[in-house]
Design a protein around this ligand. Structure first.
Ligand SMILES: *Cc1c(COP(=O)(O)O)cnc(C)c1O
Length: 380
């Protein structure tokens, strides 16, 4: 089965981890600081803070900007649940905004409709690796004096108007889960130009232990003034991250090439169409998502999905709109009808194999399976 996404580990990666394992520091050592420095530089940010997952990175960001009980944060409903959950961790209220049906990126007009006196921030998700419309989002954010945060978990390697993702928003979130653009097994990063926030997040990932507290008379002293967590990333994971980072942008280029091959193929296969690509951006293609025109087939998406799996094409679905999950219905009263574009897309989308080590013959296998299924289910 060709999976929808896959990590790539080289001998160089393994050597880097080995070196870190033989060093004196398995956690809290120099690899962490070096990974942070190199990552910040790679995305054009002043600061990068390494944490144990993308989810922890989102949580640290919510804490840094002071999200607390009753605060509202606008999130797109087409995202991984962690984007919204991080707001809930802090006692905040995630308010779901709809997406554009062509791109599945946050719809700025719907965002503005959902702003209230309690709104503190907007989380933009660069879905599939494609940057959101930051120009539009910033106009709204400035008008209402709220912050823009970028959940860039899909988007390492992407660019918006020639600026790298990771340098655009007040805080930018990355995940190093194995399917993501680079991996540390599990891991995450927040980038920012705000040194205060960076300092706060470095404390937050370590139980909010403040070693520089005023009253600190001794080396061993630390003050705990607020709740923190153990969100540390180990040195051997950071060693892997540093090694992975060196190849990150070459891997983006290979995925962009694969995307071009897919784009050309789907032009000739009526009934399936890739998501729209916006102008003046570099798409990082963490995912390659297609939509089915249900009128052109005698089967629904689920049937076609299962048929592709039966052909060993490991299609997947990104995402179940978060506002439809039972947790959010129960706790926040969300319901069907709140984000119609997302709900409509949910019936027609699927993600097909997209990763840099996908070989040309694998791509031919994807094409063969699609041709077969298209011929079988298309309406005559
Ligand atoms: C993967 C992902 C996360 C969570 O990252 P983890 O490292 O798995 O905790 C958050 N948001 C989005 C959009 C993601 O894809």
């Amino acid at each position: 089965m060709l999976p929808y996404g896959k990590q790539s580990i080289t001998e160089q990666d393994i050597k880097a981890v080995n070196r870190a394992l033989r060093s004196d520091w398995l956690s809290g050592g120099e690899e962490v600081a070096a990974f942070e420095r190199e990552f910040a530089e790679a995305v054009g940010a002043k600061e990068a803070v390494a944490v144990s997952s993308g989810t922890a990175a989102l949580h640290a960001a919510m804490d840094a900007i002071g999200i607390k009980a009753g605060d509202e944060v606008i999130v797109p409903t087409i995202t991984f649940a962690a984007t919204a959950n991080a707001v809930v961790f802090q006692g905040g209220i995630p308010v779901f905004a709809d997406v554009h049906s062509g791109t599945l990126l946050l719809d700025a007009l719907d965002v503005e409709k959902k702003i209230t006196k309690k709104t503190k921030a907007i989380v933009a998700v660069d879905f599939a690796g494609q940057p959101c419309d930051y120009e539009a989002l910033y106009v709204i954010a400035e008008r209402h004096n709220i912050l823009v945060i970028d959940d860039a978990c899909h988007a390492l390697g992407a660019q918006y108007h020639k600026r790298p993702i990771g340098s655009l928003a007040a805080l930018n979130i990355f995940s190093f889960h194995p399917v993501k653009p680079i991996t540390t097994g599990e891991g995450g990063m927040v980038t920012t130009d705000n040194e205060e926030w960076a300092k706060r997040m470095r404390q937050f990932r370590n139980h909010n232990m403040n070693r520089e507290a005023q009253e600190s008379p001794h080396d061993w002293f630390y003050a705990i003034e607020d709740l923190g967590y153990n969100y540390r990333l180990t040195d051997f994971q950071c060693a892997l991250g540093r090694s992975q980072l060196q190849r990150a942008f070459d891997r983006t280029k290979r995925r962009q090439k694969i995307a071009t091959l897919y784009d050309n193929f789907f032009v000739s296969l009526k009934g399936f169409s890739p998501l729209e690509v916006v102008k003046d951006c570099q798409h990082a293609y963490h995912l390659y998502v297609i939509r089915m025109d249900l009128h052109m087939f005698s089967a629904d998406r689920n049937t076609v999905f299962d048929a592709l799996r039966a052909e060993n094409i490991g299609v997947n679905l990104h995402y179940i709109p978060v506002h439809l999950h039972a947790l959010y219905r129960k706790k926040f009263g969300t319901a069907e009808g709140m984000c119609p574009n997302a709900e409509e897309a949910y019936r027609t989308i699927m993600s097909i194999p997209m990763y840099d080590t996908l070989a040309d013959k694998d791509i031919q296998d994807v094409f063969t399976a699609f041709r077969k299924i298209h011929a079988f289910y298309k309406v005559q």
